[in-house]
Design a protein around this ligand. Structure first.
Ligand code: F6P
Length: 557
């Protein structure tokens, strides 16, 4: 399977039919709702705890059926099964893709190279849980005997965004006496500001890097190591050697345990994972150590349990009732047939304020590709730009374009029946006001407001056109009772699988990320040009030389 060339989706009969549907397409959500009393029921699905309303999608039953045909014709089910069974579907890196094994129950079997990896996964989790419990209880102490009060995760990309997003999302579940901070950017401002008010004696650093070779992370790790030692000394707290201090204040998460040891971190304080976990799919591995410390063993296990529930749904539900499959196929329809270049994710939950940023790496690093897994050029447009902000903030910023702009922006709206923090304004439950906005926005986007309706409100004729809402702007509404660890796990796995479905249709390897390499290499070559190395400067293109020249003229001595 993994070695098989991708099916060219554009050559399937389903693709041809979708093209015909698109040519004659007259979206009419008002008409479709009026004519079809069963639409909402038919197009609303439950997957684990997620309640997903697809009825405001821009599809007729015929188009929906043709998308299912497309799934069949590109072999979606076979490729899904190949992923779950550990085939090396990440062909450019010759790796299995088994983030789903990270949340498999202990009695599951997942074979890689003739070995059941589930036991290893659970051993690594137990190691992490044990450590997290020690930090939470205060049993793990810093070098001066103080308990840990601040955990600083040093990582970037998948080694930052997942734990950081989940730490924010699960704020109500955090340990009250422990704070996590996340240093990711090589902009020294990040480390400077995050460290500024910390007590070194009660700070624990987790260096999180799959490869343990990422410039940003290793630079920040060194900065933090120096900060720790110099601040312990300055406060007269260091009565032992650096190594002893580092062993109480630095742990690491990586697949490259040899490099961890080279950095000076005690291998006993290193948490491993495996090359079959992609960085952007790794929040459920030991990369989640900071999160496990924040929310504890039981909640982290629930988080993994939620992911597993969604995995099981994706693995076993028939495609026509399979939420990630349907959402992925709808995205293909919007991207390839209705020319939607972007996709908004709009959580009506302040706790999910970093969820769109997290999804940007998941979706765009996975599917922003121009070649297929056999190296041939893609035959259609691929990954859309994912973006978003929590509602209602976005309503007062960019929703204007979604409602009345010239681009089609499909949007996922996410909300919870219960607030994490119930508050009332006089008699008014504020969460209800919030939800009213959630419901109103998808209604306005779907059904719009006609010129006749605008006129009927007495609007002067000269501004009628400006006040018309065209409607037929597609949305998916995702609801759950509460934003619990389980539900967050389900949401993450949902989007992982949506991403996989789209990648499968486009025939691309959604698990490599070669497009990040060139910039990294060039940055290394440019470093000497910023100093005194004239040869390195002359080797740059004219624009880069001029920009570096500007930098030289304006930097303070
Ligand atoms: O540069 C991109 C990337 O490789 C991501 O895919 C990854 O999540 C991130 O860098 C961090 O990598 P690492 O965990 O190896 O430090």
């Amino acid at each position: 399977m993994s070695k098989r060339p991708p099916v060219d989706a554009t050559l399937t009969t389903a693709w041809q039919e979708l093209s015909q549907h698109a040519t004659a397409f007259q979206p009419d959500l008002r008409g479709w709702f009026a004519a079809d009393a069963g639409r909402v029921e038919r197009m609303t699905l439950d997957a684990a705890d997620l309640h997903v309303d697809l009825s405001k999608s821009l599809v007729t039953p015929e188009i929906a059926q043709t998308l299912l045909d497309l799934a069949e014709q590109v072999g979606l089910a076979e490729r899904r099964d190949a992923m779950f069974s550990g085939e090396r579907i990440n062909v450019t890196e010759n790796r299995a893709v088994l983030h789903t094994a990270l949340r498999a129950p202990a009695d599951a079997t997942v074979m890689v190279d003739g070995k059941n990896i589930v036991a290893d996964v659970h051993a690594a989790l137990e190691h992490m849980y044990h450590f997290a419990t020690e930090v939470r209880s205060g049993e793990w102490k810093g070098i001066t005997g103080r308990r840990i009060r601040t955990v600083v995760n040093i990582g970037i990309g998948g080694s930052d965004l997942g734990p950081m997003m989940a730490y924010e999302a699960l704020a109500p579940y955090r340990h009250l006496d422990l704070e996590c901070r996340f240093i990711s950017n090589i902009d020294p401002t990040d480390a400077a500001r995050k460290l500024a008010d910390l007590d070194p004696a009660s700070t624990l650093f987790i260096v999180s890097s799959k490869t343990f070779s990422t410039l940003e992370t290793l630079t920040n790790a060194r900065l933090c190591r120096d900060w720790l030692i110099s601040n312990l000394r300055a406060r007269g707290l260091m009565r032992v050697d650096d190594k002893a201090a580092i062993s109480r204040h630095f742990v690491a998460v990586s697949t490259a345990l040899d490099k961890v040891a080279e950095f000076g971190i005690d291998p006993a304080n290193a948490f491993g994972f495996w090359d079959w976990v992609g960085g952007r799919y790794s929040v459920d591995s030991t990369i989640g150590t900071s999160l496990a410390i924040a929310i504890g063993h039981d909640r982290f296990a629930e988080f993994l349990g939620g992911m597993h529930m969604m995995d099981e749904h994706f693995r076993t539900a028939p495609i026509e009732r399979n939420v990630p499959a349907l959402m992925g196929l709808l995205n293909v329809w919007y991207r390839n047939f209705l020319d939607a270049g972007t996709h908004a994710v709009l959580p009506y939950s302040q706790l999910l304020h970093r969820f769109p940023a997290y999804l940007q790496q998941l979706t765009m690093e996975s599917n922003g590709k121009s070649v297929r897994w056999d190296g041939s050029p893609v035959t259609s447009d691929t990954g859309e730009v994912f973006w978003g902000e929590p509602g209602t903030n976005g309503q007062h910023a960019f929703y204007q374009l979604i409602h009345q702009g010239t681009d089609l922006v499909p949007a996922d709206f996410i909300a919870f029946a219960n607030p994490a923090y119930p508050l009332v304004d006089g008699e008014q439950d504020v969460h209800e006001l919030f939800l009213a906005n959630f419901f109103a926005q998808t209604q306005a986007l779907a059904f719009g407001k006609t010129a006749g309706e605008v006129r009927a409100e007495g609007t002067p004729e000269r501004i009628v056109a400006a006040r018309v809402f065209p409607g037929n702007r597609p949305t998916t509404s995702i609801m759950a009772p509460d934003l619990t660890p389980t539900v967050l796990g389900q949401l993450i796995a949902l989007y992982e699988h949506i991403t996989f479905v789209q990648g499968t249709v486009w025939g691309i390897d959604s698990f490599d990320q070669w497009g990040v390499e060139l910039g990294k290499q060039l940055a290394q070559q440019i470093v000497p040009a910023l100093g005194e190395d004239d040869e390195a400067l002359k080797a740059q293109d004219a624009s880069t030389q001029a920009l570096i020249d500007y930098y030289h003229r304006h930097r303070s001595e």
